[in-house]
Design a protein around this ligand. Structure first.
Ligand SMILES: Cc1cc2nc3c(=O)[nH]c(=O)nc-3n(C[C@H](O)[C@H](O)[C@H](O)COP(=O)(O)OP(=O)(O)OC[C@H]3O[C@@H](n4cnc5c(N)ncnc54)[C@H](O)[C@@H]3O)c2cc1C
Length: 311
């Protein structure tokens, strides 16, 4: 691991780049699970020009790129990520143009929800309380309280890794499904998301958003570090994955400091210093037990970075 450091690529960031650029940077605290090793290179560009510059140098030097949003759906490998990890969090503008809300990919869902409340914009309330960035939510096609991102999406601006040009994707329903987006092919860097919205009453928007946040708090979403639901739900199984895991008696089961939340079968929590390996072993244990007892193979929703190939 971390062999790229030995390559000593010169990103020459002084003249061409605005933002943060670090070597051998810890990623643990940049995720909601608080798990993972270091990034060989870590950058947080402040604008699109700096992002394009980084991508160009990475491509010229065959340095793989990994895109980090809010880190709320990730299990970063204990060995870290031997790549240029680019955080989107400073690409975070938010502006309204009639019935379209345009957000930089790094805008957190929290900041978007607050912007919507302050400006009486309705349409995105169901996502209040969802951790992470809007780029990550589009990539994952996040789903909250019966609404998926694909239900409120108009278009997406992205950088195509093949030729490093800026392109626009116009929403087409046939490209989307439950927790599936056309961005999961991994060859696009989302830079801007355009949501369809409408004018609403400020108090109604606030009340609705608050009710979802409170519901998440009551369900124990934020009690311990986690990456949210571990497994996707599969309609053909007839019940949610969390219920299936409860019924096979795995609530509270742990491997190291990774534990199936005692109050929620589909959450794995980090009770102290869990490693990615603990989480992996626990996931495999759950899948094996559930399959033996029910015949169902649960599909992971959380992403293990060691099973990805970086761009
Ligand atoms: C307490 C808790 C509750 C949760 N509740 C829900 C829920 O109700 N519904 C739900 O669907 N999910 C839920 N999640 C999971 C998670 O919050 C979502 O999947 C979220 O949308 C991920 O966004 P992120 O910015 O954190 O992405 P990250 O975790 O940073 O990244 C996820 C993936 O997206 C890619 N990516 C991120 N940004 C970009 C970009 N700009 N361009 C291209 N690729 C990109 C990354 O490379 C990675 O492969 C929950 C998580 C937690 C911790």
């Amino acid at each position: 691991m971390n062999t790229l450091l030995k390559k000593s690529v010169n990103f020459n960031i002084e003249s061409n780049f605005r933002g943060i650029f670090l070597e051998n940077e810890s990623l643990k605290d940049k995720t909601t699970f608080k798990i993972g090793g270091n990034a060989t290179f870590f950058a947080q560009p402040k604008d699109e020009k700096s992002l394009l510059y980084l991508l160009k140098v990475a491509k010229e030097n065959s340095v793989p790129v990994f895109i980090l949003g809010g880190g709320s759906n990730l299990v970063i490998s204990d060995d870290g990520i031997d790549a240029l990890v680019i955080s989107t969090l400073d690409l975070n503008f938010c502006k309204l143009k009639s019935d379209t809300l345009s957000c930089g990919a790094g805008c957190t869902i929290k900041s978007i929800t607050e912007f919507c409340i302050n400006n009486s914009i309705s349409g995105l309330e169901n996502f209040a309380g969802l951790p992470g960035s809007c780029g990550g939510a589009v990539f994952m096609n996040a789903r909250c309280y019966d609404i998926s991102v694909s239900d409120v999406l108009k278009s997406v601006k992205y950088i195509d890794f093949s030729d490093l040009t800026l392109k626009e994707y116009i929403f087409d329903s046939k490209d989307w499904d439950y927790k599936k987006s056309p961005f999961q092919s991994g060859d696009k860097f989302i830079v801007e998301v355009n949501f369809k919205v409408r004018k609403g009453r400020k108090n109604d928007i606030f009340d609705k958003a608050e009710s979802y946040i409170t519901d998440r708090e009551l369900k124990g979403h934020f009690k311990y570090p986690s990456a949210g639901s571990v497994f996707k739900n599969n309609r053909s199984f007839g019940k949610p994955s969390g219920k299936i895991i409860d019924e096979v008696g795995l609530r509270g089961f742990s491997v190291g400091d990774a534990q199936v939340a005692p109050w929620h079968g589909n959450f794995i929590i980090n009770t102290g210093s869990a490693t990615a390996m603990d989480v992996k072993k626990l996931v495999e244990h759950i899948q094996k037990n559930v399959q033996e007892k029910t015949g169902f193979l649960l599909e992971c929703e959380i992403i293990f970075t060691d099973s990805l190939s970086e761009k």
